[in-house]
Write a protein that binds this ligand. Sequence first.
Ligand code: GKR
Ligand code: MG
Length: 428
Amino acid sequence: MKITEMHVTPIVLGDPPLLNAAGLHAPWCLRTVVEIVADNGLTGLAEVPGSAATNAKLEAARDVVLGRDPRNWHGLRGALRERFGVESIAARGDKPWDQRALVQVESALDVACLDLQGKAYGVPVAQLLGGVVRERVPYAAYLFYKYEGAGGDLAFGTDPKATGWAAARQKAALDPAGVVAQAEAMVAEFGFESIKLKGGCFPPEQEVAAMKALRERFGPKMPLRLDPNALWTVETSIKWGKELEDVLEYFEDPCRTQEGMAAVRKALKLPLATNMCTTSFDDLPGSVRHGCEDIILTDHHFWGGLRASMELAAHCRTFGRGVSMHSNNHAGISFAAMTHLGAAMPNLTYALDTHYPWQWEEIIIGGRIKIEGGFVTLPKGPGLGVELDRAALAKAHANFKRAGLKERNDEIEMQKKVPGWKFAQTRW
Ligand code: GKR
Ligand code: MG
């Protein structure tokens, strides 16, 4: 098998005004769809977070990719590293999400090659990752503080005809009662059995009160998580973490650095999770040395692909870490890839994060992937088990051109609501 074509298509999907440590989501979130075509006529798909930098790297990778055998991942990855080198950990940046571009190029090609192989052999990607350990993969409700509004074409309004979760998705949620109402609607629609709140938006007492209100409403059987995206100091994390010891399943990235997280972990009787202090293979020695977290949130887009995430899972098993999954806004190709990884990872110990309920558009045939009882069933069919809906892709690409976004910048979006607002690495 040889790769004969590679296509890179930037798209946007509507995104409501969700708050986080870095500001506010724009009315559109950026994604990039990658297709590789082989000489047997089969196509492999992948999706990564979109940015001008990643897209440029993907375009630059084309001549390394063409002519290669998609079954020889080590050969292709080696050639990519020879061409582009390896990114430093510092390139991740200080935002909640990872800003490296090369890991995303590797991820896109790893996933697309696996999809191609799965289609050629007639087996699901999860099988190529070692086998299907579970057919149904658990996901968690992912709550956000938010302003009123729907995002996308409804950026400056709401759809008065919306009902159920679609209506709740448009409502503001800025205090504990709003957060509980959002959780009720999301859990009723999707049946989630764990809940995460994106924090780092309001003073700790307000976010801790929201977690206590969730506990009060859903009881001790519903695992809860809070993620302030490292905006709290070590002292603040310890002070408010003590209030949460009997409330949370885990506390995600309360503060910055492996040393900071290790100090918090020593002081609290509460598992800590991260997608900010241990985010690459180069961080693993420090993770073991400092003992900075109990759970590592993998994300195949940022760890260099599905196979790399399986390597991370093996490391977690060896060093006694739990594994869960981080997410950013995404569409169905990424959701399918995340689900194959969740299906194949033997030591998956927690329900995975997904932003999927916040989007409503899709670019795959058949439309939205179903989340039922909090689980996604492994897609049927070979490879990832999803196919591109060409008309939907063309529409999302036209919206990309119309939106005129080059990269995610939540600070600029926040400044439209709060003039002069600035991102701070540490706020409380
Ligand atoms: O989508 O606003 C967001 C999140 O803050 C996201 O960017 C983070 O990367 O979900 C993420 C996290 O768990 O840190
Ligand atoms: Mg996080």
